[in-house]
Design a protein around this ligand. Structure first.
Ligand SMILES: [Zn+2]
Length: 331
């Protein structure tokens, strides 16, 4: 496990001196930048019995245990898997919350002496999925960290963490790479036409790789076609087609509305530059207040998107309101 190329600078800094590693590290930044991967690489390196200059050896007993998921001095705490959720990429990572039970088990683990006498490493990811009780329980560990323990929190949304938790971590921001770095990496992953996916992913290469997947690219094209020529019946059908991929539909619709508002303000579309002509024509027909209100509502829905009461109804109501924006102006 080597970190992704754009994280190598951070990586070198982290492994430069074991003695200077903090008790707790927070890797934060947008999704799709390889934060989890970086955390796991650091864990493996710290546990390795004979690390090479810049990575774990991959051959020692510790590396073998680690690779089999059975290193006794390592814990990965993630939301408990509930199986695949229905809403596309947001559901892939399994369950919803890291609970107090998870953190208590962690406390029990840390109360014991290290199995191998060396480092113990814990990765908590994504840390913002700790509920309040779990975060408070973790705080106790952060306040009295055992020796030779590295706690790595990974977070896409550090502002959702308790300030008291944040203040006890050394924070390391992971930022999207240069476009050329991202393109080169994606090309190596077999993604030829990476730019549209990178734009949609806010420059995050791992997310862009998922976004470029062929079936999804087809769904996206279809979705954008429907948005570009909105009619209530077609958008009603679209809501049915996408009802099990609410997060995906939400992403496209909210970016589309963002671009419509940008074009209405005489700026260039940010996410869908290839659709500039459609966007201009639609923006001219749609009332600003209505567009703005819908964009605000959809943007706020992003917070509870993974747990909607009824994703089909929700998507229907958004898409039909969108269709009515142009019809209202006409009628
Ligand atoms: Zn090793």
């Amino acid at each position: 496990v080597r970190p992704h190329p754009w994280n190598l600078g951070l990586w070198q800094g982290l492994i430069a001196d074991r003695a200077r590693l903090p008790h707790a590290l927070l890797l934060h930044g947008p999704a799709g930048l390889g934060k989890r991967h970086l955390a796991l690489a650091l864990a493996k390196w710290l546990l390795c019995e004979a690390p090479a200059a810049d990575s774990a050896c991959g051959r020692c007993a510790a590396c073998n245990w680690y690779e089999q998921g059975s290193h006794p001095d390592f814990r990965l705490v993630e939301p408990e898997a509930e199986g695949q959720e229905a809403d596309g990429e947001a559901g892939k990572k399994g369950g919803r919350y890291i609970t107090i039970h998870d953190i208590r088990r962690l406390g029990e683990f840390l109360a014991l002496a290290p199995h191998q006498g060396g480092w113990r490493v814990v990765v908590v990811q994504p840390a913002e999925t700790m509920n309040a009780a779990a975060a408070n329980a973790l705080l106790k560990t952060l306040e009295e960290p055992p020796r030779n323990v590295l706690l790595i929190l990974v977070s896409h949304q550090p502002r959702r963490l308790l300030p008291t938790v944040l203040s006890r971590c050394r924070k390391l921001a992971i930022a999207p790479p240069e476009l050329s770095t991202a393109r080169a990496w994606l090309a190596g992953e077999g993604v030829a036409e990476a730019d549209a996916a990178l734009l949609e992913a806010g420059g995050a290469p791992l997310l862009a790789r998922d976004f470029a997947e062929a079936e999804r690219a087809l769904r996206r094209e279809h979705f954008l076609e429907r948005l570009a020529a909105p009619s209530s019946p077609a958008l009603y059908d679209l809501a049915q087609e996408q009802q099990h991929r609410l997060a995906e539909a939400w992403g496209w619709l909210s970016r589309w509305l963002y671009d419509l508002l940008a074009v209405k303000a005489l700026a260039r579309p940010r996410y869908f530059p290839g659709q500039a002509l459609h966007l201009q024509a639609l923006a001219a027909r749609m009332p600003l207040a209505g567009l703005w209100a819908l964009q605000q509502e959809i943007s706020q829905a992003g917070r509870w998107l993974r747990h909607p009461l009824n994703s089909q109804l929700l998507l229907e109501s958004w898409l039909l309101r969108y269709a009515q924006l142009q019809e209202a102006e006409h009628g």
